[in-house]
Design a binder for this molecule. Structure first.
Ligand code: NAP
Length: 484
């Protein structure tokens, strides 16, 4: 299956934080893969910027290491790497100072797409925007790419939106949620809106419930201090899980364009009911045989921050009234697995005797580790042993369907960076979406603080706290297994 590549216009892309972890693991390897795919046009330039003492040659060495280590697929062609590295240069710039900015202004071209990737800590977002304006570096159509976290609560998100809006129009601001760049997440929209099959069933009449799981095996070691101020709600739910929820729950947009899609997502967030206290379980991992406890990782013996969260939500609108959405995410769990399960109701009348138990159609959307979808259907067990039924998946694993071509599925970041260059904001969060998500999250966090809520402890390597299982069991439902 040949992959279609549409070249983009020539561009200057400045990566602020070009020597950081994200640039090393995702942005530079992703750009290189686009270069190999033939998508980067003649004359495209990538400019790394940070305070470190690199020259162009040193930065190219840094990028070469990053590509050799992190670019996936069959692309380790030395010639190609050298060609790509020729597009790279480096500027020493302090986001909080004035050194280096005039030099950057001199080399930026006004007649190509200008993109500025803020791959730095959030306290630098506003100073960068201000300096791009002050030194007249960014033209009227320049784009800025803003990493997460976008604010810590509603107030800080509003303040950041206002600070960016002082220098850039909303159409120039690309707030990244890399979950939206995943192949399967986009496929979810195509499956829903390009087929007649699912949409008639996609509502409270036919869907029993929806489960969204983002489970990680890693703990917070290494970034414990940062994480401890954030927790699963701010780090995962407010952005990634809510974005997935929006794509599952939204109405079909009239057009597939950025604002039509984002208008529909926003309506979902605004339709979320406040969550009842008994519908949320917060957890924190204990020490296990192969790792320390959360409080050791966070170096905070008194920490009440959650490393796990499970919750039941209601989207109060005509489509979803009465259908619960269960969300869960956590660290140090049994397996690394992200998926969405749409669990359909039983047929209204069952004619195959006593074999109905535990049977239902499910559409499973796998986000990681292996992107793909499967639809579980009930069929007759083959053979003459009477009318026995069994459940089988109608499987659409990308790895199996596309074979070797699976290497060519772009990583979320490489797709999103190219969308920025193309000027397509569909897969980026709009300012009002981010604020609406915080407006829903803030009172929940405040409730925990006011009550002095203590997280439930769970064993590292388990499926999370027992109480989270009960969230489903008490209603006769069960979570899908967290396993590879
Ligand atoms: P990092 O490894 O700490 O890198 C930070 C980068 O910013 C470095 O290049 C650093 O270089 C530069 N920098 C720091 N202070 C600066 C200043 N005053 N002026 C100019 N440059 C400065 O951070 P990261 O992990 O790459 O994360 C970057 C952003 O992406 C953060 O907002 C993070 O939350 C977000 N993010 C990261 C990941 C990930 O996997 N790493 C995932 C999702 C989101 P110098 O110190 O030499 O200046």
């Amino acid at each position: 299956m040949a992959t279609h590549v549409i070249p983009v216009d020539p561009f200057d892309l400045v990566i602020f934080g070009g020597t950081g972890d994200l640039a090393k693991r995702k942005i530079l390897p992703g750009l290189f893969r686009r270069f190999v795919a033939g998508q980067m046009p003649e004359g495209a330039r990538v400019i790394g910027a940070a305070r470190g003492e690199f020259d162009d040659a040193g930065y190219r060495d840094f990028a070469r290491d990053a590509i050799e280590k992190y670019a996936h697929g069959k692309i380790h062609d030395k010639g190609k790497i050298n060609d790509f590295l020729n597009c790279l240069s480096y500027f020493r710039i302090d986001a909080l100072g004035d050194g280096g900015w005039k030099d950057l202004a001199k080399i930026m071209r006004k007649d190509v797409v200008q993109a500025f990737y803020f791959s730095v800590g959030p306290r630098l977002f506003a100073p960068l925007a201000e300096r791009l304006h002050k030194y007249k570096i960014a033209g009227p159509d320049a784009r800025i790419v803003v990493e997460k976290p976008f604010g810590h609560d509603l107030e800080s998100a509003r303040a950041l939106n206002a600070e960016l809006a002082a220098y850039f129009k909303e159409t120039q601001i690309y707030r990244i949620d890399h979950y939206l760049g995943k192949e399967t997440v986009q496929n979810l929209m195509v499956v829903r809106f390009a087929n007649i099959l699912f949409e008639p069933l996609w509502n409270a009449q036919y869907v029993d419930h929806i489960q969204i799981t983002v489970a990680e095996t890693v703990g917070v070691g290494g970034r414990g201090a940062y994480y401890d101020k954030s927790g699963a709600m701010r780090d995962m739910v407010q952005n990634h899980l809510m974005q997935l929820l929006c794509l599952i729950a939204m109405e079909p947009p009239a057009h597939f364009d950025p604002d039509s899609v984002r208008d529909e997502k926003l309506k979902v967030i605004r339709a979320l009911d406040p969550v009842e206290v008994e519908d949320i379980v917060r957890g924190q991992y204990r020490a296990g045989p192969d790792g320390p406890s959360y409080i050791e990782d966070a170096e905070n013996p008194d920490s009440t921050t959650e490393s796990y969260l499970a919750m039941k939500l209601h989207v109060s609108n005509w489509r979803w009234s009465g259908t619960p959405f269960y969300l869960r995410t956590g660290k140090r769990l049994r397996a690394r697995k992200s998926e969405i399960a749409v669990v359909f109701k039983d047929p209204p009348h069952f004619i195959f005797g006593d074999q109905q138990e535990q049977r239902c159609n499910e559409l499973i959307i796998h986000l990681q580790p292996n992107e793909g979808m499967d639809l579980r259907v009930t069929i007759k067990e083959p053979g003459p042993g009477g009318m026995r039924l069994m459940d089988v998946p109608l499987d659409m694993s990308f790895a199996e369907t596309l074979g070797d071509e699976v290497d060519d599925i772009p990583d979320a970041y490489e797709r999103l960076v190219m969308d920025v260059i193309r000027g397509d904001q569909t897969l980026f969060m709009r300012g009002d979406e981010v604020e609406a998500a915080w407006a829903w999250v803030d009172p929940i966090i405040k409730g925990w603080q006011d009550r002095g809520d203590q997280p439930k402890l769970y064993d590292a390597g388990s499926s999370g706290p027992e109480d989270a299982l009960m969230l489903m069991h008490r209603e006769g439902r069960r979570w899908r297994e967290i396993s590879e």
